[in-house]
Design a protein around this ligand. Structure first.
Ligand code: NAD
Ligand code: SIB
Length: 416
């Protein structure tokens, strides 16, 4: 059963799925392993992830392992209608379409939950919240869940601290093969891919303000620097601010930084990072994009209240004319620009290869282990398997410790 925009797009979707499969060697390896071992026979897996070709390939990997798979999107703007049609044609239960209303967004989450999943794979924790608040009867079916992103993990840890979490949760985001690559290099590249594709504008010579110097912020700053921008970082964490300074960027408070920005990108996972008077202090022509979480990092309401008119001047570009005549541009409604902009393609396939390998192996880990309620990091053994497979697929070999080196490293008696 599926609810998608248009099944006539299935052939186009399948073409795109086949393309990413060529660039996701680790997931393809795991798919073959699953075909042989069938770890998910009799198991239903429900996911709430950005619906595009790479995610469909994760669905097909779980299906190869014997699972019944039901998928919906984790953002009302990020679904690719050709990919969902392709997924449905290939036997996945697909629910969702691009530009869902909030009501439709939650309706499709419930459609997936109607399949009574044994395992949930979430991105941002919306499905897990609906499960706990509105579909409590299903809780006893759920053996465990996996969470894809930083803010989702924070939400679920807060839920556990309040004793409100009732299922075991693997924080897949916290796997090394996830955040060190997806959050950093994935967000770095896909954010600029989307901004440049959406605006057709030059980055070189511009002042780019990056709000937040976590794993995503580092990736965005590296790429901005590499494209020739002058980068300013804003932070609330003294250590991260110091790192940003020593990495070569200017660091200052947001209220100062906004005065210099030609392009400002939020990647904090926080709310109201840019709000109120910040818009009054921006230069004419300043562009704003969010690549962090939901559409709350840039306070759109404040921007609206200070403007006299709003016009969509290009696909995914809104022009706000301010009371003093300045123009400020907001990309993709302040939602994740790398996925929600019409030109947003998400992270490169080679990156999602790592993240989704971590998801597939974590789902298998839930089946094979009787986990306690709570939040755990995805086990190191899975990380090392994924990293090893990725290096192999890249034709890269590394050294092994000799017995003598091993002994030396574990010895406290040998000195100068
Ligand atoms: N666009 C994507 O595809 C993508 C990919 C991965 C993660 N994410 C999301 O991006 C966000 C950041 O993820 P991360 O892994 O970098 O998290 P992180 O925790 O490593 O970094 C967030 C940083 O933002 C800083 N911060 C918080 N509030 C701030 C404020 N008001 N002003 C300035 N800095 C502030 C924090 O101190 C921290 O250093 C999360 O919401 C995550 O879910 C998006
Ligand atoms: N659902 C929230 C949470 C942020 S999504 C951030 C996550 O998207 C994931 N992501 C980035 N690019 C892709 C992609 O192309 N396909 C699927 N997921 C992606 C990435 O792993 C990251 O942790 C929202 O929409 O605002």
């Amino acid at each position: 059963m599926s609810k998608v925009r248009n099944m006539n797009l299935a052939d186009e979707g399948i073409k795109k799925i086949k393309w990413v499969q060529k660039h996701m060697p680790v997931l393809e390896h795991i798919k073959k392993e699953f075909e042989r071992t069938k770890p998910f026979e009799g198991i239903t897996i429900g996911s709430c992830l950005h619906l595009e070709p790479k995610t469909i390939n994760l669905g097909l990997t779980l299906q190869a392992g014997g699972a019944e798979v039901a998928m919906t999107g984790c953002n009302p703007l990020s679904t690719h209608d050709d990919a969902t049609a392709g997924g449905a044609a290939l036997g996945l239960n697909m629910y969702g379409w691009r530009e869902e209303t909030e009501e439709e967004y939650y309706e499709t989450i419930n459609d997936v939950l109607d399949h009574k999943p044994d395992i949930i794979i979430d991105d941002g924790a919306d499905m897990i919240l609906v499960l706990h608040q509105e579909r409590k009867k299903l809780l006893s079916n759920v053996k465990g869940a996996c969470e894809e992103t930083t803010t989702g993990v924070h939400r679920l840890e807060a839920m556990h601290a309040d004793n409100a979490l009732k299922i075991p949760l693997i924080a897949v985001n916290d796997a090394y093969t996830k955040y060190l690559f997806d959050n950093r290099y994935g967000t770095g590249q896909s954010t600029f891919d989307a901004i440049m594709g959406t605006t057709n504008m030059l980055i070189a010579g511009k002042t780019v303000v990056v709000c937040g110097y976590g794993w995503c912020g580092r990736g965005v700053a590296i790429r901005a620097n590499g494209l020739g921008a002058n980068v300013i970082v804003t932070e609330v964490d003294a250590i991260r601010a110091l790192e940003a300074r020593m990495d070569g960027y200017r660091v200052m408070p947001t209220k100062e930084a906004v005065k210099h920005a030609d392009l400002l990108i939020t990647v904090t996972g926080n709310i109201n990072v840019v709000s109120g008077d910040d818009f009054k202090n921006m230069k004419d022509g300043c562009m704003l994009a969010n690549s962090g979480h939901f559409n709350v990092e840039i306070n759109r309401k404040d921007l609206e209240n200070q403007s006299v008119s709003i016009e969509e001047v290009r696909e995914s570009v809104e022009e706000f004319t301010m009371k003093d005549g300045r123009k400020i541009y907001l990309l993709a409604d302040g939602r994740l620009v790398n996925l929600a902009a019409e030109r947003g393609q998400g992270h490169p396939a080679e990156i999602m290869d790592l993240s989704f390998a971590a998801q597939a192996l974590s789902a298998k880990y839930i089946i094979e282990n009787d986990l306690d309620v709570g939040v755990i990091k995805s086990p190191d053994e899975l990380d090392y398997k994924i990293a090893g497979l990725k290096l192999k697929s890249m034709g890269i070999e590394i050294d092994n410790l000799s017995d003598r080196q091993n002994e030396y490293l574990n010895n406290w008696q040998e000195g100068t």
